[in-house]
Design a protein around this ligand. Sequence first.
Ligand code: HEM
Length: 336
Amino acid sequence: MMSLGRESNNKLGRKKMGSILQLVVVVTLATFMIPSNANLTSNFYEKVCPQALPLVRSILHREIIRQPRIGASLLRLHFHDCFVNGCDGSVLLDDTPNFTGEKTALPNLNSIRGFEVVDKIKAQVDKACKRPVVSCADILAITARDSISILGGPHLWYNVLLGRRDARSASRDAANTNLPPPFFNFSQLLSNFNSHGLNLKDLVALSGGHTIGFARCTTFRDHIYNDTNINHMFATSLKKNCPRIGGDNNLAPLDPTPAMVDTSYYRELLCKKGLLHSDQELYKGIGSESDKLVELYSRNPLAFAEDFKASMIKMGNMKPLTGNMGEIRRNCRRVN
Ligand code: HEM
């Protein structure tokens, strides 16, 4: 009897162990499958370098006064960083013999800018912190948040989550595949955003990033010469500075107030004055969900601010490297 009892006890014990093991496997798998942002926190640098964030903001403020477009360029850098293998500073890496980085991918070549300002901020922050503690990926997230609130006002300020670490590699192919081009139609834009875990509201709200900055003729030429969903006078006025042939790098503002984060971007879409084909795809006047969001943001700056901030935080949470993954780069252009 005794031995039988022990055997069944052992069996029970093995069964219990089995279920515990199963649970551990499921929890571990789930942890890896959920895009992890659990380790990002808003007070990440509070103890190790409390002066870091105020310093980034003050350097950036000075730079924006010197060259107002830099805020737009830095916001775009954060977007292009996050959409390619997560927000890991990979967009900042120069090519090496081991990999071709993202800077020469089609959406980035002769287009993304702001690297010198990132270098300047990184050097001054490392000096103030006495060692490299703030990652390049976090510098992009902080400068994006600060650019928006400096150019838009305090209602656009949000608690940026921090603690990202920097990638040790980058991929031109991944940048070419994952960044949406301006000739995408609405369903292509939406499926691109969906593939990054973002939804329709995120697409319409984040496209509000085009409330600041400029685009080159080459990115909107087809739209002004060949599209019908565009205000005729608006198209004509743009053709002077963007001929059919030549002038590829001539700039036009993405909305009438390119140094101000406001909702005029959405008001322009209502009049078919979106600069890029992809902008105008968000509003066609057919009563779609996207149309309704454009209408809402065009008349309600606070609704835009709330949704934009929430979507920025969501974008910033995309696949960060945390813990002991990646590294804290000393120079944002090179792995350590
Ligand atoms: C929805 C898909 C998007 C497409 C197709 C797109 C495309 C473009 C293109 C073609 C340009 C002009 C680039 C050039 O002329 O060199 C541009 C500029 C810009 N984009 Fe986007 N973009 C998208 C979403 C976003 C998002 C989500 C953000 C940020 C939240 C953003 C922020 C910006 C900014 C700030 C600029 C101006 C940069 C500067 O002046 O230096 N874009 N975008």
